[in-house]
Design a protein around this ligand. Sequence first.
Ligand SMILES: [Zn+2]
Length: 420
Amino acid sequence: MSGPDLATLVPDHDRLERDLTELATYVDPDAPGWTREVFSDPYRAARDWVRRQMVDAGLETTVDAAGNVVGRLVGAGSGKPLVTGSHTDTVHGGGRFDGVVGVVGAIELVRRLRETGTELTHDLVVCDFLGEEANEFGLSCMGSRAIAGVLGAEHLDRRDGGGRRLGDAFERFGTDPEGALRLAWAPGSVHGYVELHVEQGPLLERQGVPIGVVTAIAGIERLLASFSGRADHAGTMPMGERRDALAAAAQAVLSVEREGCGAPVHGVATTGRIESGPGAFNVVPDHARVWAEMRSIDAEWLSGAKGRIAEQIASDAAERGVEVVLEWLNDQAPVPTDPSIQDVIGAAADDLGVPWSAVPSGAGHDAAHMAHLGPMGMIFVPSRDGRSHCPEEWTDLADLATGVHALGATLLRLDAWSPS
Ligand SMILES: [Zn+2]
């Protein structure tokens, strides 16, 4: 790869900043931070904006049956496409960078490729995937799942808290739920997928390194533990004779935390919610429920932790005479990134003279699903104070520009790369 070619691909900082600022105006005015949730009006308006940017950048742009906005820069040769992209939906009360940088950055890169007359052999496809964030229907990465062929009819039958069906929400949004089920691209049909994203954690900032080469996307095990004890008078029942469901649940919270604290390399464990009843000062609780999750890029640790936590919770509860039922939900295996793509990203950063380091992703990403279709990799840029999914989420413009430049250098190398 010759130096001058890469130097000309430096993104236009002003345009990047303008795009981020413009996209950040499409938000729910009644919600905190930058809120642009899937199926909402601001989301619809933002995606019209994305589509216009893609068209103006010279991409052949369509919206597929699952609502993904897909732009194609036609290459000089034939063969499988290079694919990049991310998402523009946010969590409630989210920030301006999560997902957005992978879409806005890819569009800016396409502008630079065209302005400099840099022609790729492969087609370059840019995706703004529908609804990446977990939503009221309990399903994340809806658009990339459809493309990867892992969106099922059972997903469309899921209902939100108000009893609305996901398939109907798709239809109201103007997408075609039945078509989404038939959308799947063929396995092996992608030459390489690379996603640029903010790290959403503190590792890169702490190391003072602008580029992260992602090693793997964490798997998730989710647990719903339901405890049944016995309600008694809180003043008269002796301590040793109680069957306190909430005390058993509290022990479970600490067991989950302890497992996360003891994790090697990368592993976290969190209890996000606890509920108990009947809920009075003077009654020993007879039932409680705990929602917890564990994440790791290490499948072996994850399954070991699942077993240890189950055993610990059951034995602690049994000691109290409390019954417990454990339900494991929505488990997702860790997805390693392709080692060759990791090498290519590292070499591309070296081409630019930019330090990089290998980091895991604790967050889920569209990339995990795109890995079904071909070799997958991810580039991270630093998040200030490791904050994300909150209004304080921030990445400096210079770091974003470095990330876009590295994405460009990576795609140029992949254009000339053939998988072994
Ligand atoms: Zn994201």
